[in-house]
Design a protein around this ligand. Structure first.
Ligand code: ATP
Ligand code: MG
Length: 376
């Protein structure tokens, strides 16, 4: 059997990117030494010391947040906070408060003023994650902050001037969004002062082997297992896959395979079908059975999960279409689906479609298009 040795988690100079750039410690978490990744890291080293706004684009799971953190860590702001605000809070009415703070305490039950991302990141870096999903009204408010470098909290009047370096990330094609009228071109040009595009994993297959080595080592350590090597056939299989979920998907496949593999040579076997069977990270309650009790201090993710589950339950798990949960939540179907994946909410067939599957004579009302929207 052909095998490759399992490398240590940090590079000794052979597998990871940091050595490739001759910056041994700077990017030690970022694995890979392909030409496209080296170009990205070269851009990071150039822009990090500046205060320029950076726009990071790339498919889901390519490492946009990792690169944003690397920019912060390599910048003079590294000793101040790095704050990430997801621009798709659900419900979307929360976004202004998330960014600019709130004098009225709209998010928590406690009626206390709350700082937003711009204030929390004072002196440091603010990542505007999934910026392409920002509602148009908030785009205008954000543009104002970037132009005038000032804002007021929601419900407040005191002007605040943040000292923050802004990095934005999105997997959306912003130029297409501008053409559709969904994203303001003036905001785009403010954000894209220094654009960095992270190529998908399938366009840098040389990174797959070092990534696999690091992930196998990491998850084996966590599982208390030791592999003396990785089966070479596994590397070939991994390099042949298209990886629509990019590095995150590769990581998940390896984590799952480490759990399943009982040999001392790591292999993924023929079994795992990552794109079809994502790991279920968070148990979701049965339809009609909301979460037992809300925690006293819900996180933003708790609030989002609760809102999404309620909307899905009220639509009998229909996501898209005129009567779907996405309409109730005021977001696009694709945005809701992406958020569900992130929160580990597994889509379910509706009651009507479960019945239809069990009893072919009992077809639910509705067109095939509507049926597809339920399951998509
Ligand atoms: N080059 C890399 N080396 C090591 N780990 C990586 C690399 N690229 C991505 N990862 C890991 O893959 C996962 C996904 O990365 P990240 O969250 O930065 O992606 P993203 O582009 O922001 O995804 P999304 O668009 O879905 O938010 C993280 O666990 C990250 O640490
Ligand atoms: Mg991200």
């Amino acid at each position: 059997m052909n095998t490759t040795n399992v490398a240590p988690a940090t590079s000794d100079g052979s597998a990871t990117s940091s050595a490739a750039l001759g910056t041994d410690t700077e990017f030690e978490e970022i694995v890979g030494s392909s030409e496209p990744l080296r170009t990205v890291l070269w851009q990071v080293t150039k822009v990090a010391p500046m205060d320029s706004t950076v726009l990071i684009t790339g498919e889901t799971g390519t490492g946009k947040e990792l690169i944003a953190r690397a920019i912060h860590a390599a910048s003079p702001r590294r000793s101040c906070p790095f704050v990430s605000v997801n621009c798709v809070p659900i419900p979307q009415s929360l976004i202004a408060a998330e960014l600019f703070g709130d004098e009225r305490g709209a998010f928590t039950e406690a009626l206390q003023p709350r700082q937003g991302g711009f204030e929390m990141a004072a002196g440091g870096t603010l990542l505007l994650d999934e910026v392409g999903e920002l509602p148009v009204e908030t785009q205008i408010a954000l543009l104002r902050v970037l132009q005038e470098r000032g804002f007021e909290r929601v419900g407040g009047a005191t002007p605040i001037r943040p000292n923050v370096r802004v990095v934005a990330a999105t997997n959306r094609d912003l130029e297409a969004a501008i053409a559709e009228g969904a994203f303001r071109s003036d905001l785009y040009y403010r954000l894209a002062v220094f654009p960095i595009e992270i190529p998908p994993l399938r366009a840098r297959k040389e990174d797959i082997r070092p990534l696999a080595e690091v992930f196998v080592k990491r998850f084996a350590d966590r599982a208390g297992k030791t592999f003396r090597a990785i089966d070479e056939k596994t590397i070939e299989l991994l390099e042949a896959r298209p990886w629509p979920g990019n590095v995150r998907e590769l990581q998940n496949v390896i984590e799952r395979s480490v759990i399943l593999c009982d040999s001392d040579v790591f292999s993924i076997g023929d079994g795992p079908r990552p794109s079809c069977a994502p790991l279920r990270l968070v148990p979701s309650p049965a339809p009609g059975c909301p979460r037992e009790a809300s925690p006293a201090n819900p996180t933003l993710e708790d609030v989002q999960r609760e809102a999404i589950l309620r909307a899905l339950q009220s639509t009998d798990w229909t996501v898209g279409g005129a009567k779907g949960a996405a309409v109730i939540l005021g977001v696009k179907r694709t945005t809701l689906q992406a958020r569900m994946r992130k929160l580990g909410i597994i889509p379910r067939p509706s009651i009507a479609h479960r019945m239809a599957r069990n009893h072919p004579d009992c077809r639910p009302n509705g067109t095939d298009e509507e049926a597809r929207e339920r399951f998509s």
